[in-house]
Design a protein around this ligand. Structure first.
Ligand SMILES: NC(=O)c1ccc[n+]([C@@H]2O[C@H](COP(=O)([O-])OP(=O)(O)OC[C@H]3O[C@@H](n4cnc5c(N)ncnc54)[C@H](O)[C@@H]3O)[C@@H](O)[C@H]2O)c1
Length: 244
């Protein structure tokens, strides 16, 4: 387990707390996986600032040496890497939901699964057979859990981030000067990669009472990447990339 610390220097997305909104998860108990780094860590910090009692776990408390997914094409993906990726990105969610279910049945609650834009479209530049398959399964599982949970006031939603600046993506993509995804920000309509905080804010909404009528949804947090066809913009940008 990793201690939840406060940190003020954030990448994109602005300040974590918004005093006008207040403590949106006051006295809630939140169980988070993967809080050692990246989006899980950011969600743990944000949820704690909004009053939640955060319980978290990670296989590597100091942050990811290696991501949860191994990227390869369908042609080259080894059986071992296929199984590794499906286990980390699919089985982990299933077992977490399965074992928390008896508790949630009595109290209701909100389950938030992290999918990906990899579930929404194939990629010509990033080979990711197992990852795309696993993330598509996350969205399918989310909808089924929403159906089975509704009678018990259990909501279940997914978030699909686009390319996000985390330690895992730094290792997988941006540490390689020749990686075809390196210039990806130039193709994102809002002009930058997501920050972990961008994704954590969507999770904060889904965990809060403000989302009490939202279940079975998949919130896409990708700067318009999967909604806008590629091509040169008609107008020059009026703001620098990253400006809010
Ligand atoms: N980074 C991106 O560009 C991006 C884009 C879309 C979706 N996502 C998804 O967002 C989520 C978070 O991704 P991330 O980039 O922050 O890094 P990540 O998923 O690789 O790792 C985040 C943390 O999870 C931990 N972890 C890995 N396997 C674990 C396991 N089996 N049990 C417990 N902890 C484990 C790691 O040690 C690390 O600290 C993942 O589900 C990822 O697929 C990431």
């Amino acid at each position: 387990m990793t201690p939840v610390r406060s940190r003020d220097d954030e990448v994109g997305g602005g300040a974590r707390s918004n005093p006008a909104i207040g403590r949106r998860l006051a006295d809630r108990v939140v169980l988070l996986t993967g809080i050692g780094s990246g989006q899980g860590r950011e969600a743990a910090l944000l949820f704690a600032e909004h009053g939640a009692h955060v319980i978290g776990c990670d296989v590597d408390a100091d942050g990811a040496e290696e991501g949860a997914a191994r990227f390869a094409s369908g042609e080259t993906q080894s059986a071992e890497d296929w199984t590794f990726t499906r286990r980390n990105e699919g089985n982990l969610l299933f077992f977490a939901i399965k074992h928390v279910w008896p508790h949630l049945k009595h109290h209701g609650g909100s389950i938030i699964n992290i999918a990906s834009t990899a579930a929404l479209a194939g990629s010509a530049t990033l080979p990711r057979a197992a990852h795309s398959a696993a993330k598509s399964a996350v969205i399918g599982l989310t909808r089924q859990v929403a159906a089975e949970g509704a009678p018990f006031r259990i909501r279940c939603n997914a978030i699909s981030p686009g390319p996000t600046a985390t330690p895992a993506s730094q290792v997988a993509i941006f540490s390689d000067p020749h990686h075809p995804m390196r210039d990806i920000a130039a193709h994102i309509p809002l002009g930058r990669l997501a920050s972990p905080l961008d994704v954590a804010f969507a999770a904060l909404y889904l965990a809060s009472n403000e989302a009490q009528y939202v279940t079975g949804a998949n919130i896409v947090v990708d700067g318009g990447y999967s909604a806008v066809l590629p091509g040169a913009p008609l107008a020059e940008p009026t703001r620098s990339p990253g400006a809010e």
